[in-house]
Design a protein around this ligand. Structure first.
Ligand code: NAD
Ligand code: DAU
Length: 347
């Protein structure tokens, strides 16, 4: 099966490619990624020599390029992850979120309509987020029937893309699937998201910034569990359907930060406890209070369930960052940005 993965050099994409290639040797993966600041080919170094993996540097918004990939690689299905993914950046500068997340997704859909044709049985999986549903109060969880109520430019752009995907199913008969997943964590996450920021700042003795009162709640899932859910949806999901993905691991931000500090106190003790570095800082504008995912549909209909619990997988994640000094140093210094030119340029 020839699968086009967009955004495969990002955090989830690189873990997903590794997961799929380990799982099934019949998958042939084409990774299309434009290598923005969050795209890092060093996260895929171990896979470069695989005969069933190909990297293409390019933009999802490039019609000629996407169409030629669909034809030349006889693509059977697309797992679409490429996006601007960070809420804080969408507040500072929303325009690129509109271009990539909305127009880029529209461009992929148009290419699919043109190359695969209306009514084709090939699959377009749009990897979306629970943030499209907005913010919860103290009770309840998001189901697939929850209303869309995005609050940040990021979530609004993801919601727009979802609507376009839905429309291409209903209007043009494209076999689309949409997933809404909760907060991921694990290896190779760019240090702008909460967990890697806290781990790497702590190791450098820098302050650990907590927005507002630290009582905002997120529902966490280990990235490999997200990958297994995406594979289940991609191979067994019913066209036109939406599936929520989560692992029932709700935590307040402050609890997570303290947990990371205690794991580090044990694994790499410093002169004083890491929790002394915690600093409450100005809140994120429009900060969603709580997310929680009801994933009973994917459990019941596709037989998927997560493997990892939060505490164990968080410890593994901290250990991965401690081990992966070279990856972390090159990300922090920006040197990872030259990997493509230094390596691929010479091939
Ligand atoms: P990421 O920022 O780590 O990776 C995004 C990747 O997309 C990067 O490799 C980047 O180079 C690439 N990209 C960006 N713009 C592009 C363009 N125009 N053309 C081609 N490639 C482009 O993001 P992530 O955390 O891995 O998230 C991947 C997807 O999963 C996103 O669609 C995100 O909305 C969704 N998602 C993320 C989470 C999470 O917790 N991280 C949860 C649910 C859903
Ligand atoms: O819910 C899924 C979403 O999770 C994905 O769609 C997004 O792509 C992904 O970035 C993530 O969004 P969040 O905004 O929830 O993740 P982030 O890691 O930025 O923040 C998690 C929580 O921690 C949030 O309440 C804000 C807070 N935070 C974040 C950072 C970076 C802090 O308190 N301090 C920080 O330094």
């Amino acid at each position: 099966m020839n699968i086009l993965i967009t955004g495969g050099a990002g955090f989830i994409g690189s873990n997903l490619i590794r997961f799929l290639l380990d799982k099934d040797k019949s998958y042939n993966i084409i990774n299309l990624d434009s290598l923005t600041y969050s795209g890092n080919l060093e996260s895929l170094r171990d896979l470069e020599a695989s005969s069933n993996y190909t990297f293409v540097k390019g933009d999802i918004d490039d019609k000629a390029l996407v169409s030629s990939i669909l034809k030349e690689h006889s693509i059977d299905g697309i797992m679409h992850l490429a996006a601007e993914s960070h809420v804080d950046r969408s507040i500072l500068g929303p325009e690129e979120f509109v271009r990539t997340n909305i127009h880029g997704t529209f461009n992929l859909l148009e290419c699919v309509r043109e190359v695969w044709g209306e009514g084709s049985d090939k699959i377009f999986l749009n990897v979306s987020t629970d943030e499209v549903y907005g913010s919860l109060g103290a009770e309840g969880k998001f189901t697939e029937l929850s209303s869309y109520a995005p609050n940040s430019p990021y979530s609004a752009s993801k919601a727009s893309a979802d609507h376009m995907v839905r429309a291409y199913h209903h209007t043009f008969g494209i076999n689309t699937l949409i997933t809404h997943c909760s907060n991921n964590y694990g290896p190779y996450q760019f240090p702008e998201k909460l967990i890697p920021v806290i781990i790497l700042n702590a190791l450098e003795g820098r302050t650990l910034p907590i927005y507002g009162d630290g009582k905002n709640v997120r529902d966490w899932i280990y990235v490999d569990d997200h990958s297994s859910a995406l594979e289940a949806v991609f191979t067994k999901g019913k066209a036109g359907e939406v599936y929520n993905i989560g692992a029932d691991e709700e935590m307040e931000n402050i609890e997570i930060v303290k947990l990371i500090c205690s794991i580090l106190d044990e694994l790499k003790p410093a002169a004083s406890p890491y929790s002394e570095l915690i600093e409450f800082v100005k809140d994120r504008p429009g900060h969603d209070k709580r997310y929680a995912i009801d994933s009973s549909k994917i459990h019941k209909e596709l037989g998927w369930s997560p493997d990892r619990n939060f505490e164990d997988a968080l410890r593994d994640t901290v250990e991965w960052y401690l081990r992966s000094v070279d990856w972390c140093d090159r990300v922090r210094s920006g040197e990872y940005r030259s990997y493509y030119a230094d390596n691929y340029g010479k091939r």
